[in-house]
Design a binder for this molecule. Structure first.
Ligand SMILES: [Zn+2]
Length: 422
């Protein structure tokens, strides 16, 4: 008796395990756990990326500060260089003036020495009064008269002081000229130093601008990584919600079934016997299928790029291309879990389907517009939008993905949609 009960209990337990409702619930819970752990991973990834971004932003800031300082140094150096060059120009002018002055003095000295020589000869031959008369009579104009009188004065005084003074002046001017030339040499040396510094500063600037460019490239790379991680996170959250809804629906169905079984048991107890059919309630979950897969082609057009490796990357869907206004429709009935504008997918809609007790997720990308919103239930064939060219797309087409089960960031559940929709 006790043994029999044990066996019966075992049979009952076995039946419970084998019941599709039970295994389904368990797999949904697994799915939920998987999504949770994937979400945690994404959250950590996001945190890491955000920290990385902050670090890069700080680096950019300090580098920018350095560059500003460098630019200020370059400006100062340039000013200094301009001033020095201006001073060199002025000094060269001064040197030229000194040279001209020296030449003038030299000419004067030579001229006077000649005049004195001639007059001295005349003086030795003539008395003083005659000399003056001679000067007055022979002068052809006032200037010559004055010049002659000056020479006479020199001669009469028998004095070469002015000549000596002139020689002294010349010497002084030559010394000044040498000083100015020395100044010019110094200035040119300084100019050379400034030019060298200028080159160094420019080289530094170029180097730092290169680093800044690299940092900015890294920053935008991190930004797009953050964006895609956030996108993945949102999809996973939507996916989690869908599974949670499935679990809730299942609980309700289970409760419903238990209630019905109770009612049938009560009915059977009141009616003695007879084979009554209860088939209608058992086969209720089978949706009307367009073909054996349960999916239809989501847009008219030709298959322009298939599932598989493409340009060194994996292409996780089928591309369907056509021109004009081409409606995009739901490949099967389901619930819209995401409807948004993605930088890569463009206008994109994700639909979660439950077909013969199995979950599928479909993705419709690069649409011109979106006519459905998140949480909305859609029927197979219902329009989601128009074929477009939004996001990372070259030419109008629909990028269509089917995932068996849930979408994940690795897209490991993606399958070739072709056999499902051909
Ligand atoms: Zn594609």
């Amino acid at each position: 008796m006790t043994k029999k009960i044990t066996i019966m209990n075992l049979v009952a337990a076995g039946a419970l395990l084998a019941s599709p409702a039970f295994t389904y619930a368990e797999s949904n819970q697994n799915k939920l756990n998987n999504i949770e752990s994937e979400l945690n991973g994404k959250q950590q990834e996001l945190q890491g990326k955000k920290q990385e971004k902050t670090q890069i932003e700080q680096d950019v800031q300090s580098l920018q500060k350095k560059l500003d300082e460098l630019n200020a140094s370059i400006t100062n150096n340039e000013k200094d260089l301009n001033a020095t060059q201006e001073e060199i120009r002025k000094t060269e002018e001064e040197i030229q003036k000194k040279k001209d002055h020296i030449a003038y003095l030299q000419a004067q000295i030579e001229k006077r020495q000649e005049v004195i020589k001639q007059r001295l000869q005349t003086v030795q031959e003539q008395p003083r009064t005659n000399l003056i008369t001679d000067v007055l009579v022979n002068a052809e104009n006032i200037a010559e008269l004055l010049e002659n009188l000056y020479s006479v004065n020199l001669i009469l005084n028998s004095d070469n002081d002015i000549l000596k003074e002139q020689a002294r002046d010349q010497k002084a001017v030559e010394e000044e000229k040498a000083a100015v030339e020395a100044k010019e040499t110094d200035l040119k040396k300084y100019e050379e130093t400034l030019n060298k510094k200028k080159q160094e500063l420019e080289a530094n600037k170029q180097e730092e601008q290169k680093v800044l460019q690299q940092l900015n490239a890294k920053l935008s790379q991190t930004d797009s990584e953050i964006e895609s991680a956030e996108e993945a996170k949102s999809i996973l959250e939507a996916q989690r919600q869908a599974v949670q809804q499935n679990i809730a629906a299942e609980e309700r169905a289970k409760a419903e079934a238990a209630k019905q079984a109770e009612a049938e048991k009560a009915a059977a107890a009141s009616k003695p016997s007879g084979n009554t059919s209860s088939g209608s309630s058992n086969s209720m979950s089978t949706p009307p299928a367009a073909n054996t897969s349960g999916f239809i082609k989501p847009a008219n057009g030709h298959f322009s790029s298939g599932f598989g490796p493409r340009e060194g990357r994996m292409h996780y869907g089928q591309d369907i291309a056509a021109s004009g206004n081409v409606p995009i429709v739901a490949a099967a009935s389901g619930v819209v879990i995401r409807s948004y504008l993605s930088s890569s997918y463009g206008n994109v809609v994700f639909i979660s389907h439950l077909i013969n007790g199995k979950t599928y997720t479909t993705v419709y990308a690069h649409m011109q517009n979106r006519l459905v919103s998140e949480g909305q239930t859609v029927q197979q064939g219902q329009q989601l939008g128009l074929m477009g060219n939004t996001g990372q797309s070259e030419g109008q087409h629909l990028h269509f993905e089917i995932h068996i089960g849930e979408w994940n960031a690795a897209k490991s559940n993606a399958v070739d949609p072709l056999p499902y929709i051909q």
